[in-house]
Design a protein around this ligand. Structure first.
Ligand code: NAP
Ligand code: MG
Length: 455
C-alpha cells in the first residue's frame, strides 16, 4: 500500500506517514456513505442536532491537540491554529442549532395546499486545500451533516492529519459509521474520482481557480451540483481621510497572516496618494517588527510556506529588479521560509497585482480619488474579499456597493465569521458558505401539491 509522507514545513522533516487512498478507496467510501444515508436522513432532527453538539464538545476537548497538529502540519503560528480549531467547534455548534430550523414554505395556490421541503442531496464529495485544513473542511461538513447528507471528504495530501482525526472524533462522539468518510490521497486521483462518481450528488470545493474550473467541467458529465470557493486578489483601499496609522498597522496582517496563503489576503494595498508616505512609514515599522519563525513559539506571528515548490512560485514574484520597499526577517536554515515583502509602487497592470501570489508579498498601488479606487479595485478577475478605510461613512458605503466582491470590511480587515455568508464574485467562486443559508446549499427543493378541492 502506498503512503503519504506528511512534511512539517518549519523543519522539512516527515511528521507522519499516512496510507494513501486510491480510486478504489474513494469508491468504497462512497458506498459506505450511500449505505449510511437512509438511516441518517431518517433520524429525528433533535437527535441529529444532539450528535452535532456532541461532536462540537469532542472537538473542544481536543482543542489543544488539534491546534498543535494543525500548527505543525500547515506551518501556522500556534495562536492562529488555536483560533482556527476554536472556529471549527463553533461551526459545528452553529449548524447543530440549524438542524431544526431548516424549513420549507407554504405557498398560496388554487384548489389545494402547496408546500416545499428541503431534502438532503445524498452523498456529498468535499475537496479541501492545505492552507486552513480543518476550518475549511468544517465549513462544508457541518452544514452538510446538519442538512442530513453523508460525506466523503478528500483533504489536501499535504495536510491530511486533522481531517483524519475529525473522522475518528466524529465516530467516538456517536456519529453512525459511514456518515463521514475521509480519503487522504492526491487530487488528480481521489478528487477526480469523487467528481466523476455517479453516486456523488454534489462537490463542495475550496482551492485554486484553475482546479475549480476543471472540477466544474468534470461535474457537468453527471450534472452534479457544485459550489466553489476559489482564489482572490483582494484590495485594501486606504483613503487619505482614514486613520492612516491604524490602517497601516493592520495591513500587514491582512496579507501576511498564514504566510499570505489566504484566499482573503488583501494583497493589493491601494493607498490614496496624499497619504502614501505616512502609510509606508508605519507599514515599514510594523512589517520589520513581525516575528517570523517556529510555529509552536507563542510569540510567532508568521510561519514558513507550505512547501519548497510553493516557495519557488512565490519567489518568482520578487525578481531581482522588483521594487522591494520593505522586507521583513525570516530564519535561515531548514524550513520553507520567506520574509514578508512589500513591493511599492506597483501598477495594477503588473504581474504582482494581477495574479494570486499566495505568499507574503504585498503590492502597494497608489491611486487618486474615489472613481479610480473603484476602477482599480474591480480591475481583476477575482472578487473574494476587501477592505475600505475612510472616516467618511457615506463614501465607505458608496465604495462597498461599487466593489464587486463577496466579503467586505470597513475600517477592518476581518473576513470570516461562522454566522455570516462567505464566498466570491467572478472567478473567486460560486455559492456561499457559512451563515444562516449554507445548509440550503446541501439540499434540493421539493414542491408538493395536495389537492383539497378534488383533483
Ligand atoms: P488546489 O491546488 O486547487 O487544491 C485544492 C484541492 O483540490 C486539494 O485537495 C487538491 O488535492 C485537489 N485537487 C487538485 N487537483 C485536482 C483535480 N484534478 N481534481 C480534483 N481535485 C483536485 O489548491 P491549494 O493549492 O490546495 O490551495 C490554494 C488555493 O486555494 C488558492 O488559490 C486559494 O485562493 C484557494 N483557497 C480559496 C479559499 C476560499 O474560500 N475561497 C480558501 C482557501 C484557499 P491535492 O493537493 O491533495 O493533490
Ligand atoms: Mg495547489
Amino acid at each position: 500500500m502506498s503512503t503519504i509522507s506528511v512534511i512539517e514545513p518549519a523543519t522539512e522533516e516527515v511528521m507522519a506517514e499516512v496510507s494513501e487512498a486510491g480510486a478504489e478507496d474513494v469508491d468504497a467510501a462512497v458506498s459506505r456513505a450511500k449505505a449510511a444515508f437512509p438511516a441518517w436522513r431518517a433520524m429525528g432532527p433533535a437527535d441529529r442536532s444532539k450528535l452535532l453538539h456532541a461532536l462540537a464538545d469532542a472537538l473542544t476537548d481536543k482543542h489543544e491537540e488539534l491546534s498543535v497538529l494543525e500548527a505543525r502540519n500547515a506551518g501556522k503560528p500556534i495562536a492562529n491554529a488555536r483560533g482556527e480549531i476554536g472556529m471549527v467547534a463553533e461551526c459545528f455548534r452553529y449548524y447543530a442549532g440549524g438542524v431544526e430550523r431548516l424549513t420549507g414554505k407554504t405557498i398560496p395556490v388554487a384548489g389545494g395546499v402547496d408546500m416545499t421541503f428541503r431534502e438532503p442531496m445524498g452523498v456529498i464529495g468535499m475537496i479541501t486545500p492545505w492552507n486552513f485544513p480543518l476550518v475549511i473542511a468544517s465549513w462544508k461538513v457541518a452544514p452538510a451533516l446538519a442538512a442530513a447528507n453523508t460525506i466523503v471528504l478528500k483533504p489536501a495530501a499535504l495536510t491530511p492529519l486533522t481531517a483524519i482525526e475529525l473522522e475518528k472524533i466524529a465516530l467516538d462522539a456517536g456519529l453512525p459509521e459511514g456518515v463521514l468518510n475521509v480519503v487522504p490521497g492526491p487530487g488528480s486521483v481521489c478528487g477526480q474520482r469523487l467528481v466523476e462518481h455517479p453516486d456523488v450528488a454534489k462537490i463542495a470545493f475550496t482551492g485554486s481557480t484553475e482546479v475549480g474550473a476543471g472540477i466544474a467541467r468534470g461535474a457537468a458529465g453527471t450534472i452534479k451540483r457544485v459550489t466553489l470557493e476559489l482564489g482572490g486578489k483582494s484590495a485594501n483601499v486606504v483613503f487619505a481621510d482614514a486613520d492612516i496609522e491604524q490602517a497601516a498597522r493592520s495591513a500587514p496582517f491582512a496579507v501576511f497572516d498564514n504566510s499570505g496563503q489566504d484566499c482573503c489576503a488583501r494583497s493589493r494595498i491601494m493607498v490614496e496618494r496624499p497619504a502614501l508616505d505616512d502609510f509606508l512609514a508605519a507599514l515599514k515599522e510594523t512589517v520589520e517588527a513581525m516575528k517570523v519563525g517556529d510555529p509552536l513559539d507563542e510569540t510567532t506571528v508568521m510561519g514558513p510556506l507550505i512547501s519548497a515548490g510553493h516557495r519557488e512560485t512565490v519567489a518568482s514574484f520578487v525578481p531581482d529588479d522588483a521594487p522591494v520597499a520593505i522586507r521583513g526577517s525570516a530564519p535561515g536554515g531548514r524550513g520553507y521560509w520567506f520574509p514578508p515583502t512589500v513591493l511599492s509602487p506597483v501598477s495594477n497592470d503588473d504581474r504582482a497585482a494581477r495574479e494570486e501570489i499566495f505568499g507574503p508579498v504585498a503590492a502597494v498601488i497608489p491611486f487618486e480619488g474615489e472613481d479610480e479606487a473603484v476602477r482599480l479595485a474591480n480591475d481583476t478577475i477575482y472578487g473574494l474579499s476587501g477592505s475600505i478605510w475612510t472616516r467618511d461613512g457615506a463614501k465607505a458605503l458608496r465604495m462597498a456597493r461599487a466593489i464587486d466582491t463577496g466579503v467586505l470590511s470597513i475600517n477592518s480587515n476581518s473576513s470570516v465569521r461562522v454566522s455570516t455568508p462567505f464566498g466570491g464574485f467572478k472567478q473567486s467562486g460560486m455559492g456561499r458558505e457559512l451563515g444562516p443559508d449554507a445548509m440550503e446549499h446541501y439540499t434540493e427543493v421539493k414542491n408538493v401539491y395536495y389537492a383539497t378541492e378534488g383533483s
